[in-house]
Design a protein around this ligand. Structure first.
Ligand SMILES: CC(C)(COP(=O)(O)OP(=O)(O)OC[C@H]1O[C@@H](n2cnc3c(N)ncnc32)[C@H](O)[C@@H]1OP(=O)(O)O)[C@@H](O)C(=O)NCCC(=O)NCCS
Length: 178
């Protein structure tokens, strides 16, 4: 599958918002209506506010959107009783006084119904590669994501470590070091 990763901000600069909206509205993800809704209804607003950056994987032959991910920043509180090793705690650069670590956020990530199994893992690599570039520019080696119970095992298989559960939002905080 031959694809290119396009930043949503580039598309918004080169085409009208209506055209971009029409294009992203064709993205479908049956496994996660929430993520489909995010791309359809929130990604452009988040981009315009500068709160995150969304990247689209576009099929070179069909022009279909095969998947997307959104990157941003979100610091993370790591309570003292979090079951992680001292070494990990140190590598995360957690502030001694506040218990907060600066972190990149892999905010959203989904492959479309028209992509093949395994394309999600390719998207994760593409996202991490961009965060490695960001790390070279501004520092910060922690990447965080918040996910539902369904995909905790999946992300553990990709090297992420479970840190905490936000029971209010019912989301699992997971991290990987870059
Ligand atoms: C998670 C995802 C990126 C993985 O993509 P991938 O590496 O190409 O792998 P697959 O899509 O084949 O999924 C891998 C496994 O996770 C399971 N899985 C994926 N998304 C799931 C979800 N939202 N709920 C439950 N199980 C899910 C699949 O059933 C599959 O299990 P199997 O190997 O037993 O068949 C992709 O399935 C996806 O886009 N899911 C919907 C969006 C999502 O849940 N994103 C993660 C939250 S941030």
């Amino acid at each position: 599958m031959s694809f290119v990763i396009l930043p949503l901000s580039d598309l918004l600069e080169s085409s009208s918002e209506d055209l971009v909206q029409g294009r992203i509205s064709r993205f479908s993800c049956e496994r996660s209506p929430e993520l489909e809704d995010y791309l359809h209804n929130r990604a452009i607003m988040m981009e315009k506010k500068g709160m995150s950056r969304t990247y689209l994987a576009i099929d070179r032959d069909t022009n279909d959107i095969l998947g997307f991910f959104s990157l941003g920043m979100k610091c993370m509180r790591v309570p003292d009783n979090t079951p992680i090793s001292k070494t990990m705690r140190k590598r995360m650069n957690i502030d001694d006084e506040t218990g907060v670590a600066q972190s990149f956020l892999l905010g959203q990530l989904a492959r479309s119904d028209c992509s093949k199994t395994g394309f999600g893992a390719i998207l994760i690599d593409e996202a991490i590669n961009r965060l490695i570039q960001a790390n070279r520019i501004v520092g910060c080696r922690l990447v965080r994501l918040d996910c539902s119970d369904d995909v905790v095992d999946y992300y553990e298989g990709k090297g992420f470590k479970f840190i905490n559960k936000n029971s209010q939002a019912n989301l699992n905080q997971m991290v990987i070091m870059i």
